[in-house]
Design a protein around this ligand. Structure first.
Ligand code: PMP
Length: 348
């Protein structure tokens, strides 16, 4: 049976979190002399002399409207990379516990595990880039705290079968993290709707991809109240800065603009794929539910170096297991894609 108390690190279970000035007094007042800020102002126009809201309340309220999830089920982080790290720090005892990852997948799960001295049990995806459920069941032991599933998956681009993820959620006593960084580009439903069904589900999303705000560093985790409460205790008190909170709130009014870009990205992705397929060094293009495509080529490093010489940077994934010969290409503007394609057409 899943029980958060069996998963939490003892030091986190007993943690008294830092209590900031903003935590201790939240209401209206005219004189704030409680946080050792510069009372005169800041060299900038906006009120950056004050610490930001530690709980990002306004941003969460807007996210809540957009996602249909109560604010108490939302964690906001300095990018979703911060949420990944906080999950390790909350649940994984260094040198003792382990997590399951399913390569080829997003690299930060492994790096965060290494930083936190947590073992990763690697269960490769199948040749179709789907979960090997039997392999995962064999890899799990009583010290397995988290399973990371990225869907749509980076770098392969495909979505992971929904029923397989549900099988894990229903049978694993630890936490299943579903990283939906690319969900806005996908035809698949988000797992956010399943939060009420599964207490051991964490869904991660980000403003870095479809929302076009990679520079602001704003990522989200959606989960049960008890998981969110732990993440809030472990995070640095002011983990999302005031500029990012204000700008994210402003950007979150622009749903229509983002939806238009998503549509355009998908049109451009399909065009890119059609032309890439005509090139004789392109051996395969994997189906993508994201804003990038994984392209199997006859000579990934040769093509990569050629493109770099021409000032075009793609991601060489040839050294990643199950991605031999592959380049990961992000969908660009029509002009950028044309430049890429015409340059590739001259590759010998
Ligand atoms: N998850 C996946 C699958 C990603 O590809 C990325 C970014 N490359 C992230 C998370 C991190 O996103 P953020 O910018 O929110 O830290």
């Amino acid at each position: 049976m899943y029980d958060i108390n069996n998963l939490l690190r003892p030091n986190i279970k007993n943690l008294t979190p830092y209590s900031s000035a903003r935590d201790e007094f939240q209401g209206e007042a005219s004189v704030f002399l409680d946080a050792n800020e510069n009372a005169f102002g800041s060299p900038l126009d906006a009120a950056y002399n004050r610490y930001p809201d530690p709980m990002q309340y306004a941003v969460k309220m807007r996210l809540s409207e957009i996602k249909g999830v109560p604010a108490r089920n939302i964690f906001v982080g300095n990018g979703s990379d911060e949420a990944i790290d906080i999950l390790f720090r909350s649940f994984c005892n260094p040198g003792v516990d382990n997590v399951v990852i399913v390569p080829p997948t997003y690299g930060m799960y492994q790096v965060s595990a290494n930083i936190n001295d947590v073992e990763t049990k690697k269960v490769l995806l199948t040749d179709e880039y789907q979960l090997n459920l039997e392999g995962i069941a064999e890899a799990i032991n009583e010290r397995t705290k988290l399973i990371f599933i990225c869907s749509p998956n980076n770098p392969t681009g495909n979505s992971i079968n929904r029923e397989d993820i549900e099988t894990l959620l229903a049978n694993f006593n630890g936490i299943v993290v579903v990283d939906e960084a690319y969900i806005n580009f996908s035809r698949q439903k988000s797992f956010i709707q399943e939060l009420t069904e599964y207490a051991n589900l964490v869904v991660m999303q980000t403003l870095s991809k479809a929302w076009g705000l990679a520079g602001l560093r704003v990522g989200m985790a959606f989960a049960s109240e008890e998981i969110i409460e732990v993440m809030n205790r472990v995070k640095p008190p002011y983990n999302v800065n005031e500029a990012s909170q204000q700008l994210a709130l402003q950007a979150l009014q622009n749903v229509q603009q983002v939806n238009d870009w998503i549509k355009e990205t998908l049109i451009q992705r399909d065009k890119l794929v059609i032309t890439l397929k005509t090139m004789d060094f392109v051996l395969d293009i994997y189906p993508s539910d994201a804003n990038f495509v994984l392209v199997k080529t006859a000579n990934a490093t040769g093509i990569y170096n050629y493109l770099v010489e021409k000032g075009i940077i793609v991601r060489n994934r040839t050294n990643v297991e199950l991605c031999e010969g592959c380049l990961r290409i992000t969908v660009g503007t029509p002009e950028e894609n044309n430049t890429l394609l015409s340059t590739l057409q001259q590759y010998k």
